[in-house]
Design a protein around this ligand. Structure first.
Ligand code: MN
Ligand code: MN
Ligand code: MN
Length: 287
């Protein structure tokens, strides 16, 4: 398969992406993507529509999810690729995550109100959207209602760490997220491993624990990542014996520097997750 045609990390309106699942598939195809995974935050609701659209466009579709999880009190993101969204264990996990997102959304709104921002109105707006409520939805709503000038300001003033509407999430343990993915027949990939604020030693420990929990790989090539970051992630994969994945983390076509499929090649030394015997068969055959 040609480089730059695989993108295993994309978002739709089922979470905080700007394109609905079918439009996302069309956009990815127009950007040259041949193999796509839809990986919305904590939901599989967009998979059926995206799969139908991708297949109609002649693409290979990998059903996925990006699960919010806890590792030693920090939020980490675990991608599940090649999952069967109908499985009981994963479905119960998604229900648990939806309850936590709902609890957090209500609490964010309450705290926004207390901080003098239009929390209740923002929550109504967020609830009127199709997707699972994320902090990005709150930031966009605050901006659209004129309470802030930008998404960055929404996080700086209200939603970011240490700000008045920062609500601590109670995500499932990382090992549980991995086990849900494996129970659904998928492989687990630690998303954007360099984005977590950790020392080098702690990052390697995170990767080792991820592997011990049954994780297969880490994202080595991420959208917007620099060449240096890719080298760091590649050496992290090689040192910890994890495979490598590639994904843009695309959300929004208005952000021109993060298009689907616009990704560097996975360094040759790092085994690709899609060549692993446990990866979904369709992709092994085309790779
Ligand atoms: Mn997102
Ligand atoms: Mn993420
Ligand atoms: Mn993502």
């Amino acid at each position: 398969m040609k480089a730059g045609t695989i993108d295993l990390h994309l978002h739709s309106t089922a979470s905080d992406g700007r394109l609905d699942p079918a439009a996302l598939a069309a956009h990815a195809r127009a950007c040259g993507v041949q193999v796509m995974a839809l990986t919305d935050h904590d939901t599989t609701a967009g998979l059926a529509a995206a799969a139908a659209a991708a297949e109609a466009l002649g693409m290979t579709f990998i059903p996925g999810v990006e699960i919010s999880a806890d590792w030693r009190g920090r939020s980490v993101h675990v991608l599940g690729l090649g999952i069967d969204p109908g499985g009981g264990t994963l479905t119960r996990g998604m229900q648990q995550l939806a309850r936590e997102r709902e609890r957090r959304a209500t609490e964010i709104a309450r705290r926004l109100d207390a901080a003098g921002a239009p929390g209740t109105a923002v929550l109504e707006r967020v609830r009127g959207l199709t997707g699972n409520p994320t902090r990005t939805h709150f930031a966009r709503a605050l901006s659209e209602m004129g309470a802030v000038f930008s998404l960055a300001e929404a996080f700086d003033r209200y939603l970011g760490r240490g700000r008045p509407a920062a609500v601590r999430s109670q995500w499932p343990a990382m090992a549980d997220a991995v086990s849900w993915i494996r129970a659904a027949g998928g492989i687990a990939v630690l998303a954007h491993p360099l984005r977590y604020l950790l020392s080098g030693g702690a990052r390697r420990e995170l990767c080792r624990e991820f592997q011990q929990a049954g994780g297969l790989g880490i994202e080595v090539v991420c959208g917007g990542g620099s060449a240096t970051q890719q080298e760091q992630a590649a050496s992290l994969a090689l040192r910890t014996g994890l495979a490598g994945s590639v994904g843009s983390d695309f959300h929004d076509p208005a952000i021109p520097w993060n298009r689907p499929g616009r990704l560097a090649k996975l360094p040759a030394a790092v085994p690709a997750v899609w060549t692993d015997p446990t990866f979904p068969l369709a992709l092994r055959e085309t790779a």
